[in-house]
Design a protein around this ligand. Sequence first.
Ligand code: ARG
Length: 463
Amino acid sequence: MTLWSGRFEDAPDPAAFGFGISFGFDRALFEDDVTGSIAWAEALGAASILSEPDTRAIVSGLHAILDEGRRNPAFVDGDDEDVHSFVERKLIERIGDAGRRLHTGRSRNEQVSLDMRLYLRRRVPVLQNAIATLVNACADQAERAGDALMPSYTHLRRAQPVLVAHFFLAHAAALRRDHARLAATAAEADALTLGSGAIAGTSYAVDTAQLARALGFSRVVLNSMDASSDRDFVASFLFASSLAMVHLSRVAEDFIIFTGEEYGFFELADASATGSSMMPQKKNPDPLELVRGKTGRAIGRITGWLASMKGLPSGYNKDLQEDKEAVFDSETTLLASLAATHAVVSRLSLNKERTARAASGLLLATDVADYLVARGLPFRSAHEVVAAMVRRLLAEGRDFSSLSLGEWREASEMFGEDAPTAITALASVQGRRTPQSTNPTAVHEALAECRTWLAGVVAAAAR
Ligand code: ARG
């Protein structure tokens, strides 16, 4: 029995009907579907479309179903076509004929969009919380690193010295944008679709503004025809999740590289690494590799969804059912990847000696040039002087710290006695002047600002 079988003489072909069944995955919307139905029944009651006794019977029947489903997830099961059919069947089984009045003036087209909106409103904060937990681990690592130095890289070649804390806060900054982007998708989903009917609106005088308030929406959709197929908020969610995964893949890649033997900047904890079945010396960063790999899957979900939406004629089309597995899979993938990344990052230990050693040497070249600029040489000329020094040092397998005062002077008369001591990795970071720079005071303030942000999101989540 389906919600629509009255229209047909023949039983459905199992291959054709089974192909369209969505209950296997849309049962995740169970609680949202019931929540929406309770509000719909109350709206029908308030408009005297349902009698008071029927309204009461429906509302209390739905509450009982919600309780049962929450208590026992196995209850949400059956050979129903979808979650909407399941809830209606259970209601009729429980309260009898009054249950057959629930769907008055409502279509599954608006209902399924409502359910997805309610679902995202519930789930986005869970993802945001996991993001904040990872930001917190980055902040803890930044704090533990203190004034430790490391090289920064461009083109994966040593660029300039930075504080290790600055590096951790760089990843935190990207994750904070993900947090905000998810909030924006929840805001986009924040519109009531009920009252749209199947496409043209409903002919019952339901108070949609009141219904929106009852369900906690800040507004009603603008147009019933648009609403029946608008899944832009789904696309935004999939984009926000895939970009968060892209950021996690970059965190993963950095630590895959930096924990390897060639770099040795950080040590993976035993608890968050894996071994090899054959090579006893191996300590592999499998969780990070899997995060990097799963990013492809998240990108596939947004790409696939945009392709499903492209060229759809106006109004609801069954293609739209594809939104669900995309959303559920992206959400599960992101949540698991955040947890795995947190497990690794929070347990990393820093090898300060190795990072400091790597942060000195030829990557001070820009600072050497800046030294000359401070003494009046035009930057382009300073660049040439230092480039010549670098060429010679490279040929001799040396770096700036090995130069005698005589050799400094040979390169340029402008180098004073302070040159050997003034040009160090620590002096380099201390010489940065802007608030977003790796200047130790600026980084200290950036860490405090990050802690304030974290306290703010924790407080907002508790509200
Ligand atoms: N399972 C459907 C979906 O996810 C629900 C809406 C069905 N509406 C319809 N007219 N067949 O989109």
